[in-house]
Design a binder for this molecule. Structure first.
Ligand code: S3P
Length: 450
């Protein structure tokens, strides 16, 4: 079983890029497979989650060819042969691995197909709530069986059927639910509308536009007329700001540091982490230099003594995946940080309130746990500890960052899960531990097939 060993660093001065965005890569694989011709994707994220979605689309009839790959992981540059909205019944059940996004988006897609299919995942995914998608998809007419040992959980058996459009008021602010309903709506006979209780990441809406599919927006409501055909296109995936967040926190909390992360996605529904770190005292410049579909830019950050902050309820959906590493930043800041209204963290890859609180306490931090979040009394010196990731990629990486600030060695066990979202994390971590600074030291080996 793999592990990460981390010691404190005295400086951080580096320039590099993080791999492609996970949310956008899932969607690029799905929409390309539905398009009316050959699509090209650049900077696809070859993480286990996205590879499972790519393989699912291949099993549904959309072949892909690899033009370049990240050695040992999978494609970064590929073409996908779009099936003009006509998918085939898969020969076997589709494996979503650890990915809630993969399973929920695919369920939306499969609900309106003229065949039955099955989605399954690993032990963590098999405990995550699927009622949030089976309810709206059921209202559209789909029959979905949840066959898990826990009620309302995967495996999902989806009996595809012609769908009726609905207007759905989402009870939770979830981009996955919104996207599942919109994907089903693409195959419904009429206009499907989803109304969000709060703004969530809008990658699906942006990607629909990039593929020429019209949506209508009014406040937090998004309407889509079914039967539209995605038009084949070329798409470049920006770097994942959720992966960048680990290094941003490391640099923010280390006075005298300078970090430049290039080609990061700067979609405003994902950038609350930058606002919060700035509020805590980090000096930050983010420059959007390109905006075709998704804004892409560079982030330069300089460390400073951090102070605690209150995460606002409306910020939570925008930085939900960054909260584990933000909690680490809070432990390193002086004063109190309050993270509440974040109950959703309990139904992620692990219960991220409990796993963050327990690991922070094991390192000496003062934390109070609440049902919907935590309060961290920062500034206590952290000490190295033996920690578990509990199979959660963001817990493994967040506590590797904590280890960069702890006295003695921090050992994180069970870290193969980082490949769920960040292939190459261990390489980047080692370069930081070795105080390397040039972009070449961070370059991940790729193989070009062109
Ligand atoms: C995602 C949405 C978020 C996020 C997940 C990716 C997406 O989940 O936590 O990692 O790609 O739509 P919810 O939409 O369920 O909050």
């Amino acid at each position: 079983m793999s592990e990460l060993r981390v010691q404190a660093i005295s400086s951080l001065r580096a320039e590099f890029s993080v791999p492609g965005d996970k949310s956008i890569s899932h969607r690029a694989a799905i929409f390309s497979a539905l398009a009316n011709g050959v699509c090209t994707i650049r900077n696809f994220l070859p993480s286990e989650d996205c590879l499972n979605t790519l393989n699912a689309m291949q099993a549904l009839g959309a072949r892909h060819e690899v033009l370049a790959e990240l050695t040992g992981y999978g494609p970064t540059h590929l073409v996908i042969h779009g099936q003009a909205m006509k998918l085939h019944a898969p020969a076997a059940a589709l494996d979503c691995g650890n990915s809630g996004t993969g399973m929920r988006l695919l369920a939306g897609l499969l609900a309106g197909q003229p065949f039955s299919s099955e989605l399954f995942g690993d032990a963590s995914l098999s405990c995550r709530p699927m009622g949030r998608i089976t309810t709206p998809l059921g209202l559209m007419g789909a029959r979905i069986e949840t066959r898990g040992s826990q009620p309302g959980c995967a495996p999902l058996v989806i009996h595809g059927t012609p769908l009726t459009p609905i207007t759905y008021q989402m009870p939770v602010a979830s981009a996955q639910v919104k996207s599942a309903v919109l994907l089903a709506g693409l195959f419904a006979n009429g206009t499907t509308t989803v109304v969000q209780p709060a703004e969530t990441r809008d990658h699906t809406e942006r990607m629909l536009a990039s593929f020429g599919v019209a949506t209508h927006h009014e406040g937090n409501a998004i309407a889509l007329a079914g039967g539209q055909m995605p038009v084949a296109c070329e798409f470049t995936v920006p770097g994942d700001i959720s992966s960048a967040a680990f290094w941003l926190v490391a640099a923010a909390a280390l006075p005298g540091s300078r970090l430049l992360l290039q080609n990061v996605g700067l979609n405003p529904t994902r950038t609350a982490i930058l606002k919060v770190l700035t509020r805590m005292g980090a000096h930050m410049i983010d420059i959007v230099h390109h905006s075709a579909g998704e804004p892409i830019g560079d982030i330069e950050i300089h460390g400073a003594p951090l102070t605690g902050t209150t995460i606002l309820a409306e910020e939570v959906p925008n930085l939900i995946d960054e909260i584990p590493v933000l909690a680490v930043a809070a432990a390193l800041a002086s004063g109190r940080t309050s993270i509440r209204h974040a109950r959703e963290l309990r139904v992620k890859e692990t219960d991220r309130i409990t796993t963050v609180v327990n690991n922070l306490r094991a390192m000496g931090a003062h934390v109070v746990e609440f049902d919907d979040g935590m309060e961290i009394e920062g500034g206590q010196p952290l000490h190295g500890a033996e920690l578990d990731s509990f199979g959660d990629h963001r817990i493994a990486m967040a506590f590797a960052i904590a280890g960069l600030f702890a006295e003695g060695e921090t050992l994180i066990r069970n870290t193969a899960c980082v490949n769920t979202s960040y292939p190459g994390f261990a390489h980047h971590l080692q370069a930081i531990l070795d105080h390397r600074s040039s972009p070449e030291d961070f370059t991940l080996p790729t193989l070009c097939h062109l």
